[in-house]
Design a protein around this ligand. Sequence first.
Ligand code: FES
Length: 575
Amino acid sequence: MTDRKRPEDLRSHRWLGVSDLRSFGHRSRLRQVGYDTTDWAGKPVIGIINTWSDINPCHTHLRIRAEEVKRGVLQAGGFPVELPAMSLAEVMVKPTTMLYRNFLAMETEELLRSHPIDGAVLLGGCDKTTPGLVMGAISMGLPAIYVPAGPMLRGNWQGKALGSGSDVWKYWDEKRAGNITEADWDEIENGIARSYGTCMTMGTAATMMAIAEAMGLTLPGASSIPAADSNHPRMAIAAGRRIVDMVWEDLTIEKVLDHAAFENAIKVHMAMGGSTNAIIHVVAMAKRAGVQITLADFDRISRTVPVIANVRPSGKYLMEDFYYAGGLRALMGELSDLLDLKCMTVTGRTMGENIAGAKVHLPDVIHPMSDPISSEPATGVLYGNLAPRGAIIKPSAVEKRLLKHRGPALAFDDYNHMAAMIERDDLDVTPDHVLVLKNSGPKGGPGMPEWGMMPIPTKLVKLGVRDMLRVSDARMSGTSYGACVLHVSPESYIGGPLAFVQTGDPIEVDVAARSINLAIPDEEFARRKAAWVPPPPRYERGYGAMFSAHIGQADEGCDFDFLSGHIPVPEPEIH
Ligand code: FES
């Protein structure tokens, strides 16, 4: 263990512990709030970065969780201060929260840097909040602990469990096919989100919360606790106590996040059948930490780690069941032969110590490694002339007949074009067609929206078709499923090969061979490339203009070029 800090070593000492003109201002203004010397003298100042807002239903409870974290901080002799940050409600923010993940990362980093903070508690959970908070905390480099918001309770409709997202898509198709009524649909709307907390399928939120735990950034088991379970506030209080000791121990985030921690996270991602979005976020977090992780690492690991969490959309159950089955500790226990158990975690103990004794209580929810829930892996990285820098597919959520497929493209120039055509009864489309959506990537979307699970054309839905091959430079929700090739890099908006696809062109995908190709003659490919005219940036002013100018491609993690990397930023001068 590292040497313990002394009070005069604390970062906040420069603001509060010295005797000069500026520190007079800092202390007198704390007194203005009602604090006294006893509140801060010689104590670590803990910044609680809270992504609560009135409009984020996944974070409704974070307002009270922040108070519970404060209770823990006070119990352990720290001085808690809450710092609100952008809430990023996945279903509310348009065009997409992905446009703002880096905004939250910048906000987190600068909130911590500019204030007298010694350690951070990160409160989030809804999709982009986890990577945004963690990326910012990595770049700031203080001791930090993550308190995941936790999943909401299972949905319920007429006695059937409803899963966030997955069952929306499923019953929307049933409604379009005429199999359920408007009244049914209304009841589903009333029953699908029954408590505060994040989506409770293995969407991006559940995946990223688990990944944060697998990287060692949470208390053991924290990511699986349902938001409405009384274990959740107890976890938050314990995190508040723990961060104070982390400051004294100088257990900074870089001492937790090494290459092995990221490899553990990817293995957990695969075993969970996690969201494809996590690939972008893990690459981005690793780059912030100065760790080299590429798409090839995901493909390599996916071949050795089977999906064992029987949770939708790859499986049958929901996150509440996963918790009762033993949660992430139990899943990591199953995986333990593949994990690096020596990784340090925020507990000050190793991952091996954190998961020791974990047991699976419901073996149909967390399967043994010898009996995976799918013969297909959670991730495949495809390459070819259509995706020279890679594209992603989730084989475990694909109809098997589409894992190797050749069909004619039905190409849409953008989302509006697709939306206008897809419902038409006269659309010239068969189940063998490959739906192609362009201009939906990081710059083109803009922000790479979750449009990748394009709806099956209505005329085919009525015939019973529920899956088709779809190709785009968009992302898809982690709650989505189907034969969707996503994150095609480079994107079409900057002249990636997807831009040159025309309706009728044959497209070949072979997941086993990890290939995706546009089967047209090379000369024709070159002719279309030469004729391509770059479109103007999506934004000319404001944050969007900065986004357009600096956003990286999907295979690079979609970080801003000036934020990724490990270049030190000076501490603020205090004068
Ligand atoms: Fe917040 Fe799904 S909408 S986690």
